[in-house]
Design a protein. Structure first.
Length: 248
């Protein structure tokens, strides 16, 4: 039996599974962000200042001050982890207004890795009878939601974007974003907006391939102007003839 994926509208009973998916997706970037922050100038400054405080004000021998290095690295790791966890919890609590999910149907005995399997994609519902569907285990592997952008007039904003690890990103998310764009066109929106962080290179390539363009690049402050994260706001014009043709 060949596995397949059904892209359908979000239902209320999908909420817990979608929350777990969003949490795991957000947390998957925490380790990469930690390694990125390790090589920032502020990390070196933090280690030097901590070393100086222990040596000058607390009288700790210089040799023992070396122990502040792993302590600072551990503090950086825990801070990064819990900041991502807080962001994940924030998105988990947001109630989606318009949302799609990708539900994967796989045989109960399925030894192939998701990135090695060949999935058929169906929209709304699979062309199989219920008895046949009961032979598959079901799992939500992707979700995306849109709502009104709070700062841009007549624009929709993509949020709660998440996909399970190892599943084919392009093959699953492209028809989902195309359907989202079509729904936004029918809803009268003029543009579709999204925001990605500096460590989301694959997502940036994905949006570029779909025709999104950069609206602005800015730095979000974490600790004043000393620690910032570069973010990119992307936009997709829904009112052009090319966009309409792409959805048809």
């Amino acid at each position: 039996m060949q596995p397949f994926i059904v892209i359908r509208n979000y239902r209320e009973d999908d909420e817990l599974k979608c929350q777990e998916l969003v949490r795991d997706y957000i947390m998957s970037f925490s380790l990469k962000s930690f390694f990125t922050l390790c090589f920032r100038e502020i990390t070196l400054q933090f280690i030097v200042i901590t070393w100086a405080v222990f040596f000058i004000f607390l009288g700790v021998p210089l040799l023992f001050c070396v122990l502040t290095i792993p302590g600072c690295v551990f503090f950086l790791f825990t801070s990064t982890y819990f900041s991502f966890y807080a962001k994940a919890v924030e998105l988990m609590r947001v109630k989606p207004s318009q949302s799609l999910v990708a539900e994967c149907y796989e045989p109960f005995i399925f030894r192939c890795a998701p990135n090695e399997a060949s999935y058929q994609i169906f929209m709304d519902r699979p062309p199989y009878v219920e008895n046949y569907l009961n032979k598959f285990r079901r799992r939500i592997v992707a979700t995306v939601s849109v709502k009104n952008h709070h700062a841009i007039y007549n624009a929709a904003w993509i949020y709660r974007f998440a996909i399970a690890k190892h599943y084919p990103h392009q093959k699953i998310m492209e028809p989902m974003i195309n359907l989202v764009s079509k729904n936004c066109i029918n809803g009268g929106y003029a543009s579709l907006e999204c925001t990605i962080s500096e460590w989301q290179e694959s997502e940036r390539d994905f949006y570029d391939d779909l025709g999104f363009v950069t609206r602005q690049i800015y730095h979000k402050q974490i600790i004043g102007s000393t620690l910032t994260v570069m973010k990119t706001q992307l936009t997709y014009n829904l009112k052009t003839d090319g966009a309409l043709q792409k959805q048809n």
